[in-house]
Design a protein around this ligand. Structure first.
Ligand code: CDT
Length: 290
């Protein structure tokens, strides 16, 4: 998905999502993966009060008036989708969330981002902020896996993809597909990281994690320049072999598609990564103790 500018309305964005949903349906897709915080600009780059952030960028209902057309169209076409958005619960708790919607337009799964990167203080010398720790609570549930659309599908969001534990928790629930959206700034505000490393770490993480956990992975960027702030593209679909089988070639709205053979992961699940036979959790205690 290309960038969302500050001046863009939710309605503008949903029209773009609808167009991609229809294109995917035309290509016989069962599931579409949209990015993290897909409905708005990546607002954690801006310092503002909680009240202002929540009033401008959070959804108090899902579907809401602006997002209802997406659910209606999914139901009409018979196609599922994953969508990332900023969630404000009825009790006033803010989360960086995603949902999994089935072919009837019903929400079957909800995830709230666990690994929140960045900081919660105002970094006056930085060219932009990364205030996920200020605007969001840490997710209150583990990484879930849902039986829907003919597959076992797990969800996570952006920075979660960099952590091996994210993938393993879903693989231990027999996930076959892991879907995620991301907004990854091209610049690192903490050190002069070469831009190519941003893409390298994104791809190497997805490829290794898909292979080590015997899953298909589909990762959708929101990318390009949002009001002068550039984010990497590189949306990919990765097979359980660790191979990239489809990759976006632009930084605009673009649909990539793969007809995924879910049995491809079985070979790995039965042999090198037969968890029941080969894992040694008695030696992994440090991972959960610290
Ligand atoms: N959205 C998100 O999680 N982005 C992070 C940026 C890390 S730099 C603070 C990512 O891991 O891509």
């Amino acid at each position: 998905m290309g960038p969302v500018q500050l001046a863009d309305t939710r309605r503008d964005v949903v029209l773009r999502l609808l167009e991609m949903l229809r294109e995917a349906h035309g290509r016989k897709a069962d599931l579409v993966v949209f990015p993290e915080l897909a409905l708005t600009t990546f607002f954690p780059r801006y310092w503002m009060s909680q009240e202002e952030a929540q009033a401008r960028y959070f959804e108090t209902g899902m579907p809401g008036p602006d997002t209802q057309p997406l659910f209606d169209e999914a139901c009409k076409l018979g196609i599922g989708f994953y969508l990332g958005y900023a969630e404000l619960t009825p009790g006033g708790q803010p989360y960086n969330a995603s949902i999994l919607v089935d072919k009837t337009g019903g929400i079957v799964g909800k995830y709230r981002k666990i690994h929140l990167p960045g900081h919660d203080d105002h970094k006056l010398d930085a060219p932009f902020q990364h205030l996920e720790k200020k605007y969001f609570n840490v997710g209150d549930k583990t990484f879930g896996v849902w039986d829907t659309l003919g597959a076992r599908i797990g969800m996570c969001l952006c920075n979660d993809r960099r952590w091996p534990e994210t993938w393993r928790v879903m693989a231990l629930q027999s996930a076959e597909v892991v879907v995620l959206g991301y907004n990854t700034p091209s610049l690192n505000i903490h050190w002069p990281e070469p831009v190519h490393l941003r893409m390298h770490h994104h791809l190497v993480t997805l490829q290794a994690s898909a292979y080590q956990n015997c899953v298909w992975a589909a990762a959708a960027a929101k990318c390009g320049s949002e009001n002068g702030h550039h984010m990497i593209g590189g949306s990919v679909i990765v097979a359980p072999t660790g191979e990239i089988v489809a990759q976006a070639s632009t930084e605009g709205d673009e649909v990539i598609m793969v007809n995924a053979d879910l049995s491809l992961g079985d070979t790995f699940r039965k042999h090198v990564f037969d968890f029941a036979r080969h894992r040694r959790p008695e030696h992994y205690a440090l991972i959960v103790d610290r």
